[in-house]
Ligand binder design. Structure first.
Ligand code: 5AD
Ligand code: SF4
Length: 426
């Protein structure tokens, strides 16, 4: 979502005559788009701003700003702490960036805007991918009403708001007309799309409608909440041809006691039921997840239950984190804080189990033929190209950059932890 917000900022700035540069030293305007989901992400922002400050000092006239969740949370305090900043704007004010820039230009004083609005106008900014790219993000909803006890998102992204059905379809059509083949639908909880009063369309209706748009070969979505994964949505994996055989379904923990304290509103049995139904509808579906270790009150037995669940599901990939206390969330007041060494030990144990599962899944693909949508030249080997399977696995194989944007058939010849090696058949 942050990557897409940055794409939208870039698009807006084009209207004010700016062009993108990959070198901060060349820039006249530097905006740091921030995340505060965990403390580590937030800390990185401060060190990066320190580096950009040097650039600003060396080149008068450069504007330096911060936006996103850290800006939303800290507001005025950022200017007090870092007086060299020109712009601080929050998650609901992205669309106003050009106005903020001209205000700073006129007054020479910093602008701080962190108000929430009833709707988030930036949701509708069409930001097509860079020339030649075939994958695009499309925001379908914003905000979150779930209040998981560990999570700061509802406080910083605001209330859940679904975007209008026809606006989304129009955007996807425009992207398809521009050559986009793959869309990733974005939202903090896409499964609850349409629940905003007055919307009148469900997420499964949206998937089916996008599946009918000519030129769109692949549809992905992120993120899903297990409590809202209806049979209707699961059924789309049977009926919507363009829907990729892949889902990110964060479980967070395998212990029912921990899940209840996290306010997740499902049990580990409910989660396993989702997995069973998904595999029933789509046997080859790749399932990825998020897990937090060391949530307050998590015992060794709770942790073991998470490992047990991983053994039952066998995720294709897993994003795992040590619990990080976030100001303003319910879990701040919970007893039983787990000490940092223990959290680290649990994370390492969990990650080594997942590595076994990931390898096992990847090894099974050796000898199989898969469809790969080529993204471009491989990062390390210029004679290779890199693309993704419909199950979202990275495949490298020998080929020229002219293949970028095409879907080709590839036979998998080798498997590693983070990628696969293939040979093109077409
Ligand atoms: N500490 C650790 N991980 C967190 N996440 C969200 N909040 C926290 C936190 N306070 C993780 C969850 C979520 C993912 C995006 O980040 O697993 O699914
Ligand atoms: Fe955070 Fe829970 Fe909302 Fe996801 S569903 S954004 S984890 S509060």
């Amino acid at each position: 979502m942050n990557v897409h917000d940055s794409e939208q900022l870039t698009e807006l700035l084009k209207g004010s005559g700016y062009v993108r540069t990959d070198s901060a030293k060349e820039a006249d305007l530097i905006i740091v788009n921030t995340c505060s989901i965990r403390e580590k992400a937030e800390q990185k922002v401060y060190s990066q701003l320190g580096r950009y400050r040097q650039i600003k000092m060396a080149k008068p006239g450069v504007m330096l700003g911060i936006c996103g969740c850290v800006a939303q949370q800290q507001g005025e305090r950022l200017i007090e702490k870092l007086p060299f900043l020109d712009l601080v704007f929050g998650t609901h004010n992205i669309h106003r960036l050009p106005e903020f820039i001209s205000r700073v230009g006129k007054t020479g004083r910093p602008v701080v805007e962190t108000g929430f609005h009833e709707t988030v106008p930036s949701i509708g900014i069409l930001a097509p991918p860079e020339r030649g790219a075939v994958s695009a993000f499309v925001t379908i909803m914003q905000g979150c009403d779930n209040y998981c006890a560990f999570c700061v998102v509802p406080y910083l992204r605001g209330r859940e708001e679904s975007r209008k059905f026809n606006d989304i379809l129009a955007e996807v059509k425009a992207l398809a007309d521009g050559g986009v083949k793959e869309v990733t639908l974005l939202g903090q909880n896409v499964n609850s799309y349409g629940k905003t009063p007055g919307n009148g369309h469900s997420f499964s209706e949206l998937l089916r409608a996008i599946g009918g748009i000519g030129g769109i070969e692949r549809i992905r979505f992120t993120t899903s909440h297990p409590k809202d994964l209806s049979d209707d949505i699961i059924d789309c994996f049977r009926g919507v041809k363009a829907l990729c055989e892949s889902i990110h379904l964060p479980v967070q923990s395998g212990s029912d006691a921990v899940l209840a304290r996290m306010n997740r509103k499902y049990t580990s049995a409910d989660y396993l039921d989702c997995v069973r139904k998904l595999r029933g509808a789509c046997p080859d579906i790749a399932i990825s997840s998020d897990i937090i270790v060391g949530f307050p009150g998590e015992t060794e037995q709770d942790y073991q239950k998470t490992l047990d669940l991983m053994g039952k599901v066998r995720f294709d990939t897993l994003f795992s984190f040590q619990y990080s206390e976030r100001k303003g969330t319910a879990a701040v007041g919970f007893d039983g804080k787990v000490n940092p060494d223990e959290k680290r030990r649990r994370l390492i144990g969990l990650q080594s189990l997942q590595d076994l599962h990931t390898r096992e899944k990847n090894d099974k693909l050796v000898g199989k033929t898969v469809e790969v949508l080529v993204e471009g030249t491989s990062r390390n080997t210029p004679q290779d190209v890199m693309g993704r399977t419909r199950t979202n696995k990275i495949v490298n194989f020998a080929g020229g950059s002219d293949l970028a944007g095409t879907a080709v058939r590839v036979r998998i010849v080798d498997a590693f932890l983070h990628s696969l090696r293939g040979e093109m058949l077409d």
